[in-house]
Design a protein around this ligand. Structure first.
Ligand code: MG
Length: 481
């Protein structure tokens, strides 16, 4: 073969130097599991659940050890969507079926940001930010939607539904399972006509297409819908938000994984989620999209320990879902983008699902909304390996609360966590201090030994608390009363 003329190579070289390739907008897939604990993946130390596909994501990407969600489902999703602490957007609580509230339509979601940047957008799975027609995913930036609009236990088969005459097989099995697993709420019943007397609606866009679908097939169906969406994308970058209902109780698994794990039904369900991740990664590879797609895997909150062996595990962390102990809010988080995110890294930088929106906005070539406070920060310097420092000087712990209220629990920096009390006068005071470096399990209160550290954090906590209280935004309301 004839060598290329010298001038040709020089032009190619100088062009490359002058105009470094601007990365095209990556496709983004966010996989969000429900009530999966910090200790429920092989790559986070689970000894009894095999998750080879998610573990491979970690070896091919970056794994966070201090990544934070909210304490339970609805608030965590509000954070993921808005880049803000759930309290700030009036959504630090769970909407029930036919709820009169949800995420405010004026909030700018990550789907709206990406759609505005030219992305095709789809959501699959659990929304839990309001099931009124005007509060559904299709009104918040998702062009298409397929899934359950709230939790899979918000139905007539909840174990706390009052006993009925002639209960069917599913209800009998639900009560048997509660007794077998050590469910803490056994025998406590909702008042008559209370609880969840509804059927579980499976929706496509704004329409209920099935009631009480076979939940054993749910993960499989979500996965098939995800693969179809990926296949259909040719001309536009895409954003897929895949929010699995599993492994939230009641647990259901298909025949593919029934009885396969060493951790009972919970482990089987996580193995099926891992299979789902494997299917998606395989499809990206087959379509040649690996190096054009960022895949994120994380969970909405810690394990629901009250469900006994049907809850997950927080591994070395203290407590679980519903609390601001680390086990309640610190979750697995893995980001994989071959060629752009260095492989096989672990980072201890403090981050959270509030950072997803600013990060994805930047990667899409746009920015987070500037007309309002956004708590999240751009994680790209950490993801790309340019920095190992958290973009947050402080991170805050907030419990559930009604709209307009602030249930402030504490603050952390890259090492210390201060748990606080807030007086009736709005004054924040340190209560317990933990050194999260050596004391991952929050066993040793160091407040007396380090009053100056506690004082420094209390000052920052007070400033955040005051700012948040002064800048609360409203929840969305159902139009029909
Ligand atoms: Mg949850």
């Amino acid at each position: 073969m004839k060598p290329l003329p010298v001038f040709f190579s020089l032009i190619a070289l100088s062009t490359a130097t002058l105009y470094p390739a601007t990365p095209a907008q990556p496709n983004v897939i966010v996989i969000f599991t429900d009530d999966q604990g910090y200790g429920d993946l092989g790559c986070y130390g689970a000894p009894d659940i095999e998750t080879p596909n998610i573990d491979r994501m970690a070896t091919e990407g970056v794994r966070f050890t201090s990544f934070y969600a909210a304490t339970f489902c609805g608030p965590s999703r509000a954070q993921m969507m808005t880049g803000c602490y759930a309290t700030r957007v009036g959504h630090a609580r769970n909407p029930s079926p036919n709820s009169n509230f949800g995420l405010h339509p004026n909030e700018i979601t990550v789907a709206e940001v990406l759609k505005g940047a030219g992305y095709a957008t789809m959501m699959i799975g659990k929304w839990h930010l309001g099931d009124a027609p005007e509060l559904l995913p299709t009104k918040q930036g998702f062009e298409t939607y397929f899934g359950l609009p709230f939790s899979n236990d918000m139905w007539r088969y909840h174990p706390n539904m009052p006993p009925r005459e002639n209960e069917d097989e599913l209800m009998r099995k639900t009560r048997e399972r509660a007794a077998y697993t050590g469910y803490a709420g056994q025998g406590r019943y909702y008042p008559p006509n209370g609880g969840f007397p509804n059927d579980l609606p499976l929706m496509r866009n704004d329409t209920v297409v099935e009631k009480n679908p076979d939940l054993r097939q749910l993960t499989t169906r979500y996965t098939e819908a995800a693969l179809q969406f990926i296949d259909a994308q040719r001309d536009r970058p895409f954003f897929l938000y895949l929010a699995h209902n599993m492994p939230h109780v009641p647990l259901f698994v298909s025949e593919k994984f029934a009885g396969k794990s060493k951790r009972g039904l919970y482990g089987d369900v996580v193995m099926e989620l891992d299979w789902s991740v494997g299917q998606i990664l395989a499809r990206l590879k087959k379509l040649g999209l690996d190096e054009r797609t960022l895949v994120v895997f994380t969970s909405d909150n810690g394990p629901w320990l009250g469900y006994g062996i049907d809850g997950g595990s927080a591994g070395p962390l203290r407590d679980g879902k519903g609390t601001t102990w680390e086990g309640g809010v610190r979750v697995p988080a893995i980001f994989r983008w071959p060629g752009r995110i260095p492989a096989g890294r672990r980072t201890d930088a403090v981050a959270g699902n509030i950072d997803i929106l600013p990060t994805l906005a930047r990667l899409a070539g746009t920015a987070a909304p500037k007309d309002r406070t956004i708590d999240g920060r751009d994680l790209w310097p950490v993801l790309s390996g340019e920095s190992n420092r958290s973009p947050h000087e402080h991170f805050h712990y907030l419990g559930g609360s009604a709209e307009g209220a602030v249930n402030y629990h504490g603050i952390r920096d890259d090492r210390w966590k201060l748990i606080v009390t807030v007086g009736a006068d709005g004054k924040v005071a340190g209560k317990e201090l933990y050194d999260l470096g050596p004391d991952t399990g929050e066993k040793f209160d160091r407040l007396k030994q380090h009053p100056q550290i506690a004082q420094r954090l209390a000052v920052a906590a007070q400033a955040f608390y005051d700012e948040l209280r002064a800048n609360l935004r409203p929840a969305g309301k159902r139009a029909r009363p």
